[in-house]
Design a protein. Structure first.
Length: 161
């Protein structure tokens, strides 16, 4: 959810006492700084209804991720954080989130295997039920495991494309 204020205020929403350096730092982690810097008004660009509609879903997503990172919570929950990103941006963001996660618990809800491949622990759910959990290596070691089947299915679909 973005608000009809400036990009700076959108990122700083949960921490209004923050400064420009901190906002830029989290925008860089979220991979949105270069885009913001390219705008005529940079971080002071107002996101009215028309401006918000001109942003791509991925750009909106990265501004929201920057907001979450700035809050600096011990727990960060990301729901499909890479669903609207191209593969290159996704790879950058996953690496950046991996670095940002060092001092906090990050819960990522995702269907893209590339988003969770570096996770320490995966909980595989189906219709709200936990089917299995463990490290990616532990789950891949289960020859008839649900996670392994999902990986094999996504891998075969990707190779056919």
């Amino acid at each position: 959810q973005l608000f009809s204020t400036t990009i700076f205020e959108n990122i700083a929403y949960n921490k209004p006492e923050t400064n420009a350096d901190e906002v830029e730092r989290v925008a860089r982690i979220a991979g949105i700084h270069d885009f913001i810097a390219s705008l005529p008004d940079g971080y002071q660009t107002k996101l009215g209804t028309a401006a918000i509609s001109k942003l791509s879903v991925g750009q909106k997503q990265r501004i929201s991720i920057a907001r979450g990172l700035l809050r600096d919570s011990k727990i960060l929950i990301l729901d499909e954080p890479t669903s609207a990103l191209d593969p290159e941006t996704e790879q950058y963001l996953v690496q950046a989130l991996h670095e940002a996660a060092k001092d906090r618990l990050v819960i990522i809800i995702a269907h893209r295997l590339s988003t969770i491949a570096q996770s320490d622990h995966i909980v595989f759910l189906d219709e709200g039920r936990v089917l299995e959990q463990g490290s990616p290596q532990e789950l891949m070691a289960k020859s008839d495991g649900h996670y392994r089947g999902f990986v094999e299915l996504q891998t075969s679909v990707a190779s056919e494309s």
